[in-house]
Ligand binder design. Structure first.
Ligand SMILES: NC(=O)c1ccc[n+]([C@@H]2O[C@H](COP(=O)([O-])OP(=O)(O)OC[C@H]3O[C@@H](n4cnc5c(N)ncnc54)[C@H](OP(=O)(O)O)[C@@H]3O)[C@@H](O)[C@H]2O)c1
Length: 271
């Protein structure tokens, strides 16, 4: 490894949308890449483009991260490659419908790709990052990590997992040289809206960001040392308030006794 080598960045879900833009931007920053998604033809085309454009080395892995065997194989590739310095857990899928209208196997697929794979791959790299006391982990959540629309309950639940897992890891690793960033995009113009059965054109165009703007803002957040980045939110104090209430609520729960509003009911029940 030469001294200017920034290493390899792994981007899951890089055959489209936000992941494809991450691949471009990270190659521009000099990273060699490992690109992961199911559609190998798209990955290979992107790999050739990026190799030509930036002179970096690009490996592609076709994997279905919802499949146990594929996930394990990718985990093994990641844990055995000491040149990997950055992982973007970006692959995601969405089905946006009222809960009772989504078959459970579709919900399970979302859980596997959006939640399980994010934890699995983060933890596959963590031992090597800890050993070197360096590395960057970027997990893509969503503003739906902290909000469920009437048609996003299960998707939101998977993204809530990403949020807590990532800020938990960030806190665990605060005294190390490992950087952890949670990115919470709002509506972004990508194919996921077709996958979700809605289509981006059904959204208010004013509320939709381009994938390029989303990734450029997220990387700017990373460069500025943010551990939580909300690309479209102007007033960053909103997250700070949310975070502060979360911590106050946790502290307030450590009383070991029922809150006084429940005491009357307990007394009535025992009489
Ligand atoms: N677009 C938005 O409005 C928005 C907002 C907030 C958060 N996000 C999040 O941003 C991330 C990127 O999504 P996007 O908007 O860029 O969507 P996208 O254009 O549909 O891209 C999703 C990527 O994930 C990959 N993927 C999906 N299922 C997979 C599987 N089973 N195994 C491996 N790869 C899989 C897809 O590749 P293959 O199909 O080739 O496998 C594709 O590369 C997701 O985590 C999403 O939840 C998006």
């Amino acid at each position: 490894m030469n001294i200017s080598d920034v290493g390899i960045a792994v981007v899951t879900g890089s055959s489209a949308g936000i992941g494809k833009v991450y691949a471009d931007r990270l190659a521009r920053r000099g990273y060699d890449l490992i690109l992961i998604a199911r559609r190998k033809d798209r990955l290979e085309e992107l790999a050739q483009q990026l190799q030509r454009k930036y002179g970096v080395t690009v490996e592609v892995i076709s994997a279905d991260l919802a499949k146990e065997e594929d996930l394990k194989n990718v985990g093994e590739v990641l844990s055995n490659n000491s040149r990997i310095t950055l992982l973007v857990n970006n692959a995601g899928t969405a089905e946006m419908k009222p809960s009772a209208q989504i078959p459970f196997d579709v919900i399970e697929q979302q859980m596997k790709v959006n939640a399980k794979a994010v934890s699995y791959l983060s933890l596959a790299l963590l031992p090597a990052f800890l050993k070197r006391n360096s590395g960057t982990l970027i997990n893509i959540g969503s503003v739906l990590s902290f909000f469920a629309l009437p048609f996003s309950t299960s998707y939101s639940a998977t993204k809530a997992h990403v949020m807590l897992f990532t800020i938990g890891l960030r806190d665990e690793l605060a005294d190390t040289g490992i950087r952890v960033q949670l990115v919470l995009p709002a509506s972004t113009d990508t194919e996921i809206w077709d996958v979700a059965g809605i289509g981006v054109h059904a959204l208010d165009p004013q509320s939709v960001m381009s994938a390029e703007d989303c990734v450029d803002a997220a990387l700017s957040g990373l460069d500025q040392g943010e551990t939580v980045t909300l690309p479209s939110v102007e007033d960053v104090s909103l997250w700070q308030e949310f975070d502060a209430v979360r911590i106050r609520m946790m502290n307030a729960s450590q009383t070991g006794k029922p809150a006084s509003r429940y005491k009357l009911m307990q007394k009535t029940a025992s009489e």
